[in-house]
Structure formats: C-alpha cells, structure tokens
Write a protein that binds this ligand. Structure first.
Ligand SMILES: [Zn+2]
Length: 240
C-alpha cells in the first residue's frame, strides 16, 4: 500500500541514533507541529542528506507517513546553519532556543506561530550574540503562550511602584507591601519592559552585567515554572 506523502518546512530540534545506520529526527514543522521521523542511512559518512538534518538545520522536507514514525524521503536546506555553529556562544544560544521549543510543544499539535518564532530566534542567534538573546526569546515565548508577565504595576494591589519583586506564581511584578517570589531590581524591570514592550533590539544591545544576569535568571525560572505546570496538565489528561 502506498504511503501518503506530505511536504513541510521544519527546524531540526534534536536527533538520536536508530539501529546501525538510521537516525530519528525530531522536527518542529510549520504545519504539523512536532514530528518524530526516521532518516534512513544517514549515519553513513557519505550521506549529504544526513548533513542537512543536524540540530538547528532549517529544511524543506518530503515525508511519508509511517505506522509509528514518518519517514523523511527528501531534505533540502532552506538556510545555512553555519553561522550557528561558528563558535560556542552561538551554538549554546541556538541549543537553548531548541530546548525551550522542544519542551513547549506537543507532538502533532500544529503550532505555526511557534515555528515562526524559533526560525526568527535562530536568525537572531546567527546574527548576534549577547546576554539577552535567549532570555528575550523565553519572554516572547511565554507571552505567545498567553502568560505574558504583568510588568506595569503590582499584580496584587495595582500600585504602579516602587516595584521590588517578581513572582511568576502571581504572574508578574509586586510592590513592597505585596512582595513575594524573587527580588527584582529597577534596572532589570526596565530591561524586561524593553523586551516585552517593543524595544527588543535596544535590549539586545545591552552588554553583559549583573542586571542582564538577573533578567536571564528570571526568564529561566518563569519558563521552567510554565513548562512544569504544562507538563502536569498533560500528565493529568493522560491519566483519565
Ligand atoms: Zn502591591
């Protein structure tokens, strides 16, 4: 019986070995969400096909539906991943983008906005380094998932300031009387407002400091908090 074939564009999130010569490729596709597919024979050293299916590769694919896993029959490069693997800085940032995207997506659940965000983030990673490239992606990702943190005023009492803390449990920033979560400096708050308030490019120019480190720590914690809650929700649905 002929397998149904389909075309899609994707970013390779990760790969792992299958048998002697094959590789399983986890893809974030534009139209089909996260897809796990087999690339046959790619671990032979002569495979050009395999070289196009490394993590961070952006590819146009022809896939055939399989019983458990789809099969990649064709892969063409959309853009070069060379700038992403040029040095450790770019590579580390690129991998962080992939990991966050992987954890935010469910297999076969179309998420074209997420695909576009990942493609955009990898382009940013390729063009520039800097301490806020990845944290900014995390904040944007959370906002796209509907959990944009409240940064304008205290989430509990509405006081505009002074703001002294950030707590993702409450969904944003807090004043002195309502404080919970982690301390938040005025400088870090300003950077977070820049990232989420349409001044992303200015924020990405800021050199590394204790403040960018603080913003990065808040972003990582907020993302982890969201993923954990999401994973719990998924587990709950699977049990019933
Ligand atoms: Zn308050």
């Amino acid at each position: 019986m002929a397998r149904r074939q389909y075309r899609d564009t994707a970013v390779v999130l990760r790969t792992y070995k299958l048998g002697e010569a094959d590789r399983i490729v986890v893809l974030l596709t534009e139209e089909h969400g996260k897809v796990r597919a087999v690339a046959k024979g790619v671990r032979k050293t002569t495979s050009k096909f395999g070289a196009r299916l490394e993590p961070m590769s952006h590819v146009r694919l022809l896939l055939a539906e399989g019983r458990d896993l789809d099969i990649i029959s064709q892969a063409d490069s959309v853009e070069s991943r060379a700038p992403l693997v040029a040095d450790l800085d770019h590579l580390t940032n690129g991998i962080a983008v992939l990991e966050a995207a992987d954890q935010m997506t469910v297999e076969r659940e179309p998420a074209p906005h997420l695909y576009r965000m990942v493609v955009g983030a990898l382009r940013t990673v390729a063009e520039r380094s800097g301490p806020l490239v990845v944290p900014a992606f995390y904040w944007k990702l959370l906002a796209a998932e509907g959990v944009r943190p409240e940064l304008d005023a205290c989430v509990r009492c509405g006081e505009p300031g002074p703001i002294v803390a950030f707590d993702m449990q409450h969904g944003g920033v807090l004043c002195r009387s309502c404080r919970s979560g982690a301390p938040l400096s005025a400088e870090a708050l300003e950077l977070m407002r820049m990232i989420l308030g349409g001044r992303l490019n200015d924020a990405l120019e800021v050199p590394a400091s204790a403040v960018t480190h603080e913003v990065a720590a808040h972003a990582t914690k907020a993302l982890e908090h969201h993923i954990e809650r999401r994973l719990r929700t998924v587990a709950m649905f699977e049990r019933h």
